[in-house]
Design a protein around this ligand. Structure first.
Ligand code: XMP
Length: 529
């Protein structure tokens, strides 16, 4: 549970890695707090959490498979309304005495749903409508007390309900946008069936989080490692709102940030918010640390461990600090499977925010964002008054520009890369802004998601004026993606690419050639190292 639990919440029981995330997002979009819990949670434990509604997610398994994820039947006896989707409908039917069988052919993609008689869940939706299906198994007999409320051509029980017990389910997925009336169904469930109020707003959230931090911290002192990234910046603004000067931010400037970023951190935190800020100039220390190192993983390792060394050196200079605030966010926790969610959203990568405390050093952690998705963190940042450049900062690797310089990192290469990268960002920020004006969407189909310059460890021949040059090329990388797991190279207009190229060769000394990376991920990665 989050340290600051809102009064009313929806528990999403997750029956398959990541299926619950989208549902939790949709519910929160309707201003009701929701939280993912493992599907096999004990009914008594779930009751103790006090959910106002329960949603059973879809999942990839067959209910009759040996290792099929299961649900405690007691969940249906709590008196709390339950809504199941897809696998959620099937497990509800199987546990309550109905039957599930294989359909003759599976149903994948859009399907026409036809309503059968009265339905609480489907009220206010048309008699025929498009829904999104993705299943092979389906309910073949509904449990006693249930009625079938809709079917499709291939699925006899596309929706079922038992209004007396407030149990509802659909074979289709109301949480995906392709189900035209899916949001309406969720609204009906949350607001009419469960009687919830749409009170989970940013203003309430700020108030709740601030109250929780004050309670946890009391008169104690808090330290925070500010990286210039979105999450640590939002935590800094939030903790500062809660406990003011009891917070000290330590900004370890390793010299690998992009042009203008250390200045932005200074501007926002020292001048706008007036936060006690220790700016550690570790640039030279890092150049020495990386001298002669060419292996990417070795660069990552050195930069990561040095960061915490520098940070704890500073932390130990401050008296009476008990707490360390961290920008851990919900996906970090879901993806790590490390704590709290457990269950089927299984371990994907180790919790990357684990802190290597030196021996004998301990702080209590404050992680106020640990139940927020990234876009909620951004919205919180805006509500707290952080500038857009910080809140909408594109993903940027912890080791920074060091892994965008192929081979050894030197001050000369860093200077070239920072200047070239600033031009790429300026030009593509402007391109994205033009698309935003045209489409009104921040991430429209062709907007770039991440874009930067890379400096390879080679030189090539060129000619400038009458002079032959032997100088460095710069690689431009710009990708479209939504989650960095896969990505495609951005189909930028030639004039945009041409503009970037001519500016870089004209404005950055030591560069005589610009190339564009046209490889998707996979097989390439987004970064070059
Ligand atoms: P790749 O290069 O693996 O990158 O396609 C996927 C996403 O992760 C970011 N990235 C990192 N982030 N530390 C980080 O914090 C790292 O070492 C690191 N390497 C890659 C990358 O920028 C992209 O968004």
């Amino acid at each position: 549970m989050p340290s600051q639990t809102p009064h009313q919440f929806v528990a999403v029981l997750d029956f398959g890695a990541q299926y619950g995330q989208l549902i939790a997002r949709r519910v929160r979009d309707l201003h009701v707090y929701s939280q993912i819990v493992p599907c096999d949670i004990d009914a008594a434990e779930l009751k103790a959490m006090g959910p106002a509604a329960i949603i059973l997610s879809g999942g990839p398994a067959s209910v009759y498979a040996d290792d099929a994820p299961d649900v405690d039947s007691g969940v249906f006896e709590l008196g709390v309304p339950v809504l199941g989707f897809c696998y959620g409908q099937q497990i509800m039917a199987a546990r309550l005495g109905g039957a599930v069988g294989h359909t003759e052919k599976g149903e994948y993609g859009p399907a026409t749903l036809v309503r059968d008689g009265a339905s609480m869940l489907l009220s206010d939706t048309p008699a025929e409508q498009t829904v999104w299906m993705s299943h092979r198994d389906a309910v073949s007999r509904v449990p006693e007390g249930f009625r079938v409320t809709a079917h499709t051509e291939t699925c006899a029980v596309a929706a079922m309900e038992c209004p007396r017990r407030r149990l509802f389910a659909t074979q289709f997925h109301p949480e995906v946008r392709h189900t035209a009336w899916g949001n309406k169904m969720l609204e009906t469930f949350l607001f009419h069936i469960c009687g919830l109020e749409p009170t989970w707003t940013m203003d309430n959230l700020v108030e709740e989080l601030v109250g929780g931090i004050r309670e946890q911290v009391g008169i104690g002192r808090v330290i925070l490692a500010l990286s210039g990234g979105v999450d640590s910046s939002v935590v800094a603004a939030l903790v500062h709102r809660a406990v003011g000067e009891q917070l000290t931010c330590v900004f370890v400037n390793h010299g690998m940030l992009r042009k203008g970023e250390p200045e932005l951190v200074e501007q926002v935190f020292r001048r706008q918010f007036d936060v006690p800020l220790v700016h550690v100039h570790a640039e030279e220390r890092y150049v020495r640390l990386l001298c002669g190192v060419t292996d990417p993983e070795e660069k990552r390792r050195r930069i990561g461990s040095e960061f915490w060394k520098v940070f704890f050196e500073e932390a130990q200079k401050l008296d009476g600090v008990e707490f360390l605030a961290q920008g851990t966010i919900y996906p970090d926790i879901i993806e790590s499977g490390a704590r709290k969610t457990g269950g089927k959203a299984s371990t994907i990568k180790s919790h990357h925010n684990l802190i290597p405390f030196p021996p004998g050093v301990h702080f209590d952690l404050i992680e106020p964002l640990d139940h927020l998705f990234k876009d909620e963190v951004r919205a919180l940042g805006v509500a707290l008054g952080l500038p857009e450049a910080m809140v909408y900062r594109q993903p940027f690797p912890g080791p920074g520009l060091a892994i965008r310089i192929i081979g050894e990192v030197t001050p000369e290469k860093l200077a070239i890369l920072k200047d070239a990268d600033a031009i790429v960002r300026e030009e593509l920020d402007a391109y994205n802004a033009r698309l935003f004006d045209q489409t009104g969407e921040r991430n429209s189909e062709h907007s770039c998601w991440q874009y930067f310059a890379v400096l390879p460890d080679i030189r090539s021949v060129g000619v400038m004026g009458d002079e032959r040059t032997y100088a460095r090329p710069v690689i431009v990388r710009a990708v479209e993606s939504s989650d960095a797991m896969t990505a495609d190279w951005a189909k930028l207009p030639y004039e945009v690419l041409g503009g970037i190229s001519s500016r870089i060769v004209a404005e950055v000394a030591g560069v005589n050639r610009v190339v564009y990376d046209v490889t998707p991920k996979p097989p390439a990665t987004i970064e070059w190292e």
